[in-house]
Design a protein around this ligand. Structure first.
Ligand code: GLA
Length: 733
């Protein structure tokens, strides 16, 4: 029977009359429609650009097939499914029917919950949708529960399913490895299964990433075309599947990686799957990125509305050679260049076992007073004297077998009984069992003790340098061992929530051997992530390009480091290193003592200019222009302010040949009618560019662009094979 359903269509709370059993979940520019007829299977109808009221009314007559919105296993077995269970009585089938639909407001979002019940068993699935009007994002997840006599085993439990119409659909995703994170790959979706997965247990974005984009009408374009973006918000192991079967649709599933993680769901317990965030844009890949970035800043990222400080991190400057004097010198140096924060990295702790290399002391979070006789107090006093804030490195989820912590609590590490643990970094690293509440207290205590003793600590770099190599928890029961990965991440979430409740203003960086924790599961608790341990500017262009698909510049820590680079041994001039670092959250990771006065002066100027453009870079809209992956010899992107009155344009040559031909780069995202004055930042040339101080219309800049010289006009002894430009555009009245 048909009835009229009134749903809150958005924050404006304007009720929308909907077709009978169709539920339309909308943001400003997108709509997702499911058919939730009571007593029937929940069906997926539509996802894409916003439907008009007329089209919505008629959508059921458009010929669109209707798929199960959350496919379950047991009847019609051959297809892929989102949910597969074993009931208390051994039955392995499900048949879900809609019971009711409810809508509620949650802070600044609207949540729609469609409750389904198995036709026979007291087994329930709530399919949930949360809409963010101001960012065109719809999050979807499920809540699974039952009232059966005994526990039910969940063998598969994806967060969501989305059918995507076949055609010329291309898929963009990120892959990589340590020191080469965030590599972009784009490919047409072909018949068969495409699986993107993570099984590290701790770091889930070194290799594959839990975020993807689908370009719906042919080869991916940055600034045109219809694109769906999807990001799984989870800190642990995940699996994304795209089954291009014999139907007209690519079948996309995303959720926790269920391998070795079958979950025993007790009576009346609710299992909540992580959110899959969906977005859609008609403005190409960059359009989807802008939606994700806005959502990140407004809703997902800790302090997404606050500008980030410009910092110096000690790691590549001194590695483990921490001492009071050296730290003081680095603080004075970064302060003299205009920096605002100094972060002391690894090497400051350990009593019985001193942390002089990576093979000991994790877990022993007491100051090594041989290196720092005046303690953290002394460092904070030095920071204050130098006029910078102070930050510190920790790796609290870990221990080394050579540590006082391990001697005291060998039962706290993850490993199976009767097995010798497989050891990680330094040949002695082990992972703590975060499912254990005592361990949670300990890990929380690492931050809490530091912050209680030294409330002036402004920033924490939270590292995690090992995956789960040993399956086994000493805390979980024998028959709950398959919960280990899930409980680890529940424990981590609890710890993060406690830290954020008590220290809401603290800045925390997520680092995990570099870029191992770039995922929206982490970001509510972290202000930023370290993109990669690789600071080579050329390789960073590729990594930061890929990472920018899903994450905003404000979250991407990007540091100026030494030449030759410590990872690639490439010698890149300082100007180019600055120009790349300035496209993210700018910092330095270098020994300033080894820099010349001229180099320091260039950095001082760059930092001053970055302070000026910082709001545009960190709060602005990204427009990627020429991809380094297209191998055209140049890469280019820009950020524009929301009002389009300011923009920063980056142009980096990625290779140099004599008499080469590079494309002229057309700008994007400007207002065609505005006139923009051009000013080059970080200029090293002996004479200004032809267009320095000149004004051009947004229309001209977007249809022609500016002709950028391929080389720098510098004295002969300064010539080299790199060239880059950063242009600041300001609208003139
Ligand atoms: C990891 C991090 C680095 C640095 C070292 C310290 O590798 O990614 O940035 O902090 O640990 O040991």
């Amino acid at each position: 029977m048909k009835k009229e359903l009134y749903l809150l269509a958005g924050l404006a709370l304007s009720p929308m009359v909907l077709m009978a059993e169709n539920v339309c979940i909308s943001t400003a520019k997108t709509s997702l429609v499911v058919n939730a007829t009571e007593g029937q299977e929940l069906k997926f109808v539509y996802y894409g650009e916003k439907l008009s009221a007329e089209d919505l009314k008629n959508i059921n007559n458009s010929g669109l097939p209707q798929f199960s919105a959350y496919p379950v296993y047991g009847l019609n077995c051959p297809g892929e499914t989102a949910l597969a269970v074993k009931h208390a009585d051994g039955n392995m089938s499900l048949q879900m029917e809609v019971e009711k639909t409810e809508t509620r407001r949650e802070e600044n979002a609207i949540v729609t919950v469609i409750t389904m019940k198995d036709k026979v068993y007291p087994f329930y699935v709530d399919v949930c949708y949360k809409t963010y009007q101001d960012a065109d994002i719809i999050e979807t997840w499920t809540e699974i529960s039952h009232n059966e006599k005994k526990a039910v085993t969940l063998n598969q439990f994806a967060s969501a399913y989305l059918p995507i119409r076949r055609g010329n659909v291309w898929f963009s995703s990120l892959y990589g490895s340590w020191a080469n994170e965030g590599r972009l790959v784009q490919e047409p979706l072909e018949p068969g299964m495409k699986v993107i997965k993570n099984k590290d247990g701790v770091r889930n974005s070194h290799t594959a990433h839990g975020e993807v984009m689908f370009s719906l009408d042919g080869k991916p374009q940055e600034n045109s075309g219809n694109v769906i973006g999807a990001a799984l918000c989870y800190t642990g192991n995940y699996k994304l599947r795209i089954d291009t079967d014999d139907s007209e649709y690519h079948q996309f599933y995303a959720g926790i990686n269920e391998e070795n993680s079958a979950y025993t769901l007790e009576k009346e317990e609710t299992f909540r799957t992580p959110e899959l965030a969906l977005t859609f844009s008609e403005e190409g890949l960059s359009g989807v990125s802008r939606n994700f970035h806005r959502w990140a800043r407004l809703h997902k990222l800790a302090h997404g509305d606050k500008l980030r400080k410009i910092l110096l991190n000690s790691w590549e400057g001194v590695y483990f050679n921490i001492n009071q004097e050296g730290m003081n010198q680095m603080m004075a140096d970064i302060a003299s260049m205009g920096g605002e924060l100094f972060v002391m990295d690894d090497g400051w702790f350990g009593d019985k076992y001193k942390r002089n290399s990576d093979n000991s002391s994790l877990g022993d979070w007491m100051v090594d007073t041989t290196k720092l006789p005046k303690g953290i107090e002394g460092l904070i006093a030095d920071a204050e004297k130098n006029g910078v804030k102070f930050g510190i490195w920790i790796e609290p989820e870990m221990a080394n077998t050579t540590s006082e912590l391990y001697e005291k609590h060998p039962e706290w590490i993850l490993k199976a009984p009767q097995r010798d643990p497989v050891l990680g970094r330094g040949g002695t690293q082990v992972v703590l069992d975060l499912g254990n509440p005592e361990v949670q207290d300990f890990v929380f205590g690492v931050v809490d003790n530091l912050m209680t003793k030294y409330p002036k600590i402004d920033y924490i770099k939270w590292d995690a340098n090992m995956g789960i190599m040993n399956h086994g928890s000493n805390y979980l029961d024998k028959d709950e061992q398959s919960h280990m990965y899930i409980e680890y991440h529940r424990g981590l979430k609890k710890i993060c929530q406690r830290i954020r409740a008590k220290y809401p203003d603290l800045t925390i960086q997520a680092c995990a051997s570099g870029g191992g924790r770039a995922n929206y599961g982490y970001l509510p608790y972290f202000d930023e992530f370290w993109v990669s341990d690789n600071t080579d500017a050329l390789q960073r262009i590729y990594m930061q390009w890929g990472t920018s698909y899903f994450f905003p510049a404000i979250a991407m820590a990007s540091h100026i480091s030494a030449a030759p680079n410590h990872q690639t041994f490439r010698t890149i001039p300082l100007k180019y290193r600055i120009d790349v670092a300035m496209s993210g959250r700018l910092g330095m990771e270098i020994q300033p003592k080894n820099m010349t006065d001229e180099e320091k002066e260039l950095c001082r100027k760059a930092i001053a200019d970055y302070k000026n453009i910082r709001p545009v870079v960190q709060f602005g809209d990204i427009y990627r222009l020429v991809s380094p992956y297209d191998r055209l010899g140049v890469a280019s992107l820009m950020y524009t302010s929301p009002e389009k009155d300011k923009a920063v344009f980056y142009w980096w040559k990625t290779e140099t040949f004599c008499n080469q031909h590079l494309p002229r780069v057309k700008m994007a995202g400007l207002s065609p009618d505005k006139m923009y004055r051009i000013h080059e930042l970080n200029r090293i040339d002996n004479s200004p560019l032809k267009f320095e101080g000149q004004t051009f219309s947004g229309a001209f800049l977007m249809s022609n662009g500016l002709e950028i010289p391929y080389t720098h006009n510098v004295d002969y002894h300064k010539l080299n094979d790199y060239a880059s430009r950063v242009l600041y555009l300001e609208a003139v009245k």
